[in-house]
Ligand binder design. Sequence first.
Ligand SMILES: Cc1cc2nc3c(=O)[nH]c(=O)nc-3n(C[C@H](O)[C@H](O)[C@H](O)COP(=O)(O)O)c2cc1C
Ligand code: SF4
Ligand code: SF4
Length: 282
Amino acid sequence: MPFRNRKIFILYCSPAGSTRHVSAVLEKELKNRNADVLCADICKEKESGNLLQQIRQAAEQGILFIASPVYVNRPLPQIMKFIEQLPEKTGAAVPIVTWGCVSSGIALYDMGKALKEKNIPLLGAAKVGAQHSMMWRSENPLGKGRPGPEDDKMLRGLTDALAEKLQKSPLAEIPLSALAYQPPERHAEMEKLSLAAAKSHMPERKTDENLCTQCGICAEECPVAAITLSPWPVFADHCICCFNCVRICPETAILSDMSPLEERIRSRAALLDEKPRTQLFL
Ligand SMILES: Cc1cc2nc3c(=O)[nH]c(=O)nc-3n(C[C@H](O)[C@H](O)[C@H](O)COP(=O)(O)O)c2cc1C
Ligand code: SF4
Ligand code: SF4
């Protein structure tokens, strides 16, 4: 019973659903093993302070799976902010990223480094190939159909391996260097990139006031509460460019032309050709 007396937290952000899928696979697998699991979307969860309190209470018995999509080669800022607030006594952590088959960048490394700075041991990690969330309009999006059954199987393998690790003492950590898998010059280049720096190149969003019915769905579904209706949607600066609002508006009233960016994304994916798509670090 490797998970007995442990409190497992699976915390994630998932604007387009892939990271939620990965988290749900892990949740199911761990619950099958009778683990005590709390799974939550920390972007949506209003009471992230409450989650931190529970992690603090679990102390060394707490094992934190923390999962982020890769945005411009890095984890979501919300995930990094959450890691910064973690208590130092957390038992162990497993950072996970989903990525749209362009590059997983240095997102796992960023998360691993921030966890290590908190003195939280890294029990393992995973990167999971996913459909690119900017390409929902495309017939042939990068990462089409992923995460799929093969990825799910690997995730189940992750829980098997972690269960085995937890039976042994001392805990077999992975070194941070295992997550520095990009070639050094590319790693250095990616350290200069971020969502904040790339925002000005992202496709603009404009509301067609003739189509918008002011139903408020976009505001409800925005993962970072960046939309207010005044009376039409107004986008705040802390928008993370997930394009959820464009995707889900029932009237297709939020207009955004993704095609020029899509070409750039495809040529970068061809250039980088990062493989494997899904990989466990154990
Ligand atoms: C603004 C933005 C930036 C992205 N940047 C990258 C990237 O640098 N590399 C990549 O492979 N995928 C990138 N993606 C794709 C997402 O990482 C991928 O689709 C991820 O699985 C989305 O997770 P979610 O479905 O949980 O939201 C980006 C998506 C968006 C919206
Ligand atoms: S979801 Fe679409 S129709 Fe509804 S308020 Fe937002 S933009 Fe308008
Ligand atoms: S305003 Fe739209 S694009 Fe920006 S974070 Fe919210 S849902 Fe995503």
